[in-house]
Design a protein around this ligand. Structure first.
Ligand SMILES: Nc1nc2c(ncn2[C@@H]2O[C@H](COP(=O)(O)OP(=O)(O)OP(=O)(O)O)[C@@H](O)[C@H]2O)c(=O)[nH]1
Ligand SMILES: [Mg+2]
Length: 367
């Protein structure tokens, strides 16, 4: 009898999305169920990963030539085309690089479709290098809007910052190490589920944690030696992918994986959890899973964290009222903690004028 298919699926979208997916699978080894989607047939021909060609009738397998609208239309032509590859999937981790047509245009449509099937989505999307030019960055940022709107959790990573984690000036080496950094975030769920250590998070719980969480930041660090827990904390605090204090929104939930071999100490777990809470949000809920994998992490201690930002959450069109409720609550929470917390309410005909009008009147804003 065949084992049940994995409920986790990795999906790479577009040419770079496919290349990154390939790199991730090579870094992780066997055990990840994956699928690649592209409008360019050459991508499928060069891969040993299940592949679905989007928009075959419309584009004849030649790609979009940098047009997100073509990719959107290609996906919309037949959204159910990918359904046979989704059997038994409850959570999808989607990887794409924005700036071109397919990743930028098809990913939002894919997320919308996965949502209609009840599949929870965690998306990692890269923004182009600065040197790729303003137009590509503009296209990428426009494409990011629907992705953040339709994903349960979205992590948007500028490639400049991702390669800064590599600390190398050699383009190829920096990109390869940047992909390794990305891979540690992308594969976190598989590691937590497949090699659980003392503290376990099961699939159903992870599913609930990710549901409608909105924007997230991601960082990872690894260290060896007797003081490795403190070294990891110091590296996370200065991580190039973590926003600086001034622009960092408050963190609502932290999903943290502690990955190590057989030598992981209880005191190290406690150093890490208290250090992360102090650095990133004493009020944030901390969801911790430990991974015990002596073969991969022997002597090393690695922490992978996703920081879910406080705010509206994922504002899908069909979740509008929940999102607006969330926005209002976020505003009220913010006020509760702000320097105005002792100020008297500005009441007028029983309405609190400190709450923005669109929230008081429950108006729908154009998205
Ligand atoms: N990580 C990584 N990113 C890349 C690579 N090549 C391109 N990119 C990035 O990916 C962005 C999108 O490019 P592609 O993936 O080629 O575009 P696409 O999604 O296939 O879209 P079209 O080919 O225009 O339909 C670029 O702007 C780059 O920022 C690569 O080899 N690795
Ligand atoms: Mg392409």
């Amino acid at each position: 009898m065949n084992p049940l298919p994995s409920p986790l699926l990795l999906i790479g979208v577009g040419g770079a999305g496919a290349a990154v997916t390939h790199g991730i699978l090579r870094a992780y080894g066997p055990g990840i169920r994956a699928l690649v989607l592209d409008t360019d047939a050459r991508t499928g021909a060069n891969l040993d990963i299940p592949f679905t060609l989007l928009g075959g009738n419309r584009l004849a397998g030649r790609g979009t030539g940098g047009q997100p609208a073509s990719a959107r239309a290609s996906f919309q032509d037949n959204p159910s085309l990918i359904d046979p590859a989704l059997q038994g999937v409850s959570t999808a981790v989607v990887v794409t690089s924005l700036g071109g047509g397919t990743g930028g245009g098809a990913t939002g449509e894919l997320l919308k479709h996965l949502h209609t099937l009840g599949i929870v989505t965690l998306v990692f999307a890269t923004l182009p290098f600065d040197f790729e030019g303003e137009e590509r960055m503009r296209v990428a940022k426009t494409s990011a809007g629907p992705i953040c709107q339709h994903a349960d959790v979205s992590v948007v990573l500028p490639l400049n910052q991702l390669v800064a984690t590599a600390r190398s000036d050699n383009m190829q080496e920096a990109l390869a190490r940047g992909i390794d950094t990305l891979a540690s975030g992308v594969t976190l769920l598989w590691r937590i589920l497949e090699k659980p250590g003392y503290i376990r998070l099961d699939e159903a719980h992870l599913h609930q944690i990710l549901k409608r969480c909105g924007r997230a930041q991601f960082a990872t660090a690894t260290a060896m030696g007797p003081d490795r827990a403190r070294t990891v904390l110091a590296n996370l605090a200065e991580h190039p992918l973590i926003k600086t204090d001034a622009s960092r929104p408050p963190v609502r939930t932290m999903l943290v994986g502690v990955l190590a071999g057989d030598d992981l100490r209880l005191s190290e777990i406690s150093t890490i959890t208290s250090g992360l809470s102090a650095a990133f949000g004493p009020r944030a809920t901390l969801e911790l899973g430990t991974v015990n994998d002596e073969t991969t992490f022997s002597g090393r201690l690695s922490v992978v964290m996703l920081l879910f930002e406080e705010g509206v959450g994922s504002a899908r069109a069909d979740d509008k009222s929940a999102a607006e409720g969330g926005a209002k609550q976020g505003f009220l929470d913010h006020k509760a903690n702000s320097r105005f917390r002792h100020a008297e309410k500005t009441l007028w005909h029983n309405e609190d004028l400190d709450v923005p009008t669109f929230m008081r009147k429950q108006l729908t804003l154009d998205r």
